[in-house]
Design a protein around this ligand. Structure first.
Ligand code: UD1
Ligand code: CA
Length: 469
């Protein structure tokens, strides 16, 4: 049997350098919070019950963000350093054998394959610990790796405590370690806050283990971008960019055409089917799912929505928390504001807004309309300028429109109201009462033509040039 693996993720700090009221690990990159990235990587290695997240700043929010993952938590009420954070897990981690992997919540790009190599290095060599390192052109802000003549790590020196010679070291500590569990728990209490910040540094474990006659091995990461730690919003943007690049690259390899991929924003959880085309500057966000053979027009935004196959989204369309069935066509400039369902083959055109509305299969609303709190049947035609008056200043009411109804242009439907199947509403009608199936409803002032009225007016103006009306 494989030896047990416990993963501890440090996420209690506020992240002062972010200059934010929000805890650092709750900031997002690639459409997910930093802590979700790290936890999801950990979940590729072990069961949720073996993952402990150390929370402190905004602990309730971090717990809520991770609720669906089923991982465990430890509280660090005062942030007294990375070593102190691991100590806070001591009483809750039940498994004392095997190994402990420590991850930092602000290092989100790390891959599980790299962690596997780290675990293999530590367990295969019998070293007390292994730490991931990498060479950075600009190592500013990171702890530096000090090696002995055998190439083992003898110390990690923090920037603040480093001598000018040590600051010149370009090999940095990524903040990711695999410890022999019994040795970690045995020596964790030997940490001392003898540094300018008066904190317990986990990195001091390297010196302690060496002093006790154990060795610590470095795993030099091939891809140093995996180890980027986020301390400022500048680094947050850099990591976000990398995640977006990885996402579009994977989608393209999976058969999605992406025009000008550097301009699009696609969140990590998004799924897109084969032969779909994403035009430049599109944004596809949240847990959106897009089928195959779709087109997402330039500058469109799809957020937390599902599009089935063959959906055509023309430019500048906004689709939010909605579902769009096969073959529907939207845009340009359509807005599905929230919780809509658009049926198969339906068409929605420019400047049409839908809110909590169901538009049946094959129905059309091609121009300039507001359809709110409505249930609209199949093959209905909604004329230009149709407005559902769903709000009377106090409450929202529903509009129902039966199959094949024809709503003339500039109709005003005062809800609650029901329009029967196959009926016609004359253009410009203000509909306040139910319309029976197959009826014609005309609800507008009758037209009156006053013969020669305009000519008479002109002539009277010539005879009395001073009179102004
Ligand atoms: C740390 C390392 C440094 C390494 C760098 C890599 C130490 C002392 N230094 O520095 O060697 O190069 O990461 O990115 O470990 N945290 C807690 N509780 C605390 C303090 C921190 O949970 O009391 C968490 C933070 O929320 C964060 C992580 O630990 O997710 C790292 O803390 P941070 O203050 O960013 O450490 P660095 O100064 O970056
Ligand atoms: Ca950091």
């Amino acid at each position: 049997m494989e030896s047990p693996l416990t993963i501890i993720i440090l996420a209690a700090g506020l992240g002062t350098r972010m200059k934010s009221r929000k805890a650092k690990v709750l900031h997002q990159a690639g459409g997910k919070t930093l802590i979700e990235h790290v936890v999801d990587t950990a979940l590729e290695l072990t069961a949720p019950s073996s993952i402990h997240v150390v929370v402190g700043h905004q602990a309730a929010d971090v717990r809520k963000t991770l609720a669906s993952r089923g991982v465990l938590f430890a509280e660090q009420t005062e942030q007294k350093g990375t070593g102190h954070a691991v100590l806070c897990c001591e009483s809750v981690v039940r498994e004392r054998a095997g190994r402990v992997v420590v991850l930092y919540g602000d290092v989100p790009l790390l891959k599980s394959a790299t962690l596997r190599r780290l675990i293999e290095l530590q367990s295969g060599s019998g070293a007390a610990a292994a730490a991931i390192s990498t060479f950075q052109d600009d190592p500013t802000g990171y702890g530096r790796i000090v090696r002995n003549e055998r190439g083992e790590v003898v110390a990690v020196v923090e920037e603040k405590a480093a001598t000018s010679e040590q600051r010149g070291i370009r090999e940095i500590n990524a903040g990711i370690y695999c410890f022999d569990a019994p040795l970690l728990w045995k020596h964790l209490h030997d940490l001392r806050p003898d540094n300018p910040a008066r904190e317990l540094y986990l990195t001091d474990m390297v010196e302690i283990l060496n002093r006790e006659g154990h060795s610590v091995l470095p795993l030099v990461a091939g891809d140093s971008s995996e180890l980027l730690g986020i301390n400022t919003r500048v680094e947050l943007a850099a990591v976000d960019r990398i995640l977006r690049q990885q996402k579009v690259r994977q989608l393209m390899l999976d058969g999605v055409t992406i025009e000008r991929p550097e301009t699009v924003t696609i969140d990590s959880q998004v799924q897109i089917g084969m032969d779909t085309v994403v035009e430049a500057f599109a944004r596809i966000l949240g847990d959106s799912r897009i089928g195959s053979d779709c087109r997402i027009g330039a500058f469109s935004i799809v957020n937390h929505s599902t599009l089935e196959d063959n959906v055509l989204v023309l430019p500048y369309t906004i689709i939010n928390t909605s579902q769009v069935a096969t073959g529907a066509q939207l845009g340009p400039y359509t807005r599905l504001r929230m919780e809509n369902y658009v049926g198969a083959g339906a068409h929605i055109g420019n400047f049409v807004e839908l809110k909590k509305t169901r538009l049946g299969d094959g129905s059309k609303a091609s121009h300039l309309a507001y359809l709110g709190d409505s249930v609209i049947g199949e093959k209905v035609n909604i004329g230009a300028g149709t407005i559902t008056c769903n709000y009377d200043g106090r409450k929202k009411s529903q509009t129902k429109i039966g199959d094949r109804a024809f709503v003339g242009s500039n109709s005003t439907l005062v809800a609650p109201v029901e329009i029967g199947e196959g009926s016609y509403l004359a253009a410009g009608s203000v509909i306040t009462h139910a319309v029976p199936p197959d009826a014609l409803a005309v609800a507008r002032g009758r037209q009156v033509n006053k013969e020669q009225w305009a000519r008479r007016r002109r002539e009277s103006a010539i005879q009395n040039p001073d009179s102004r009306s």
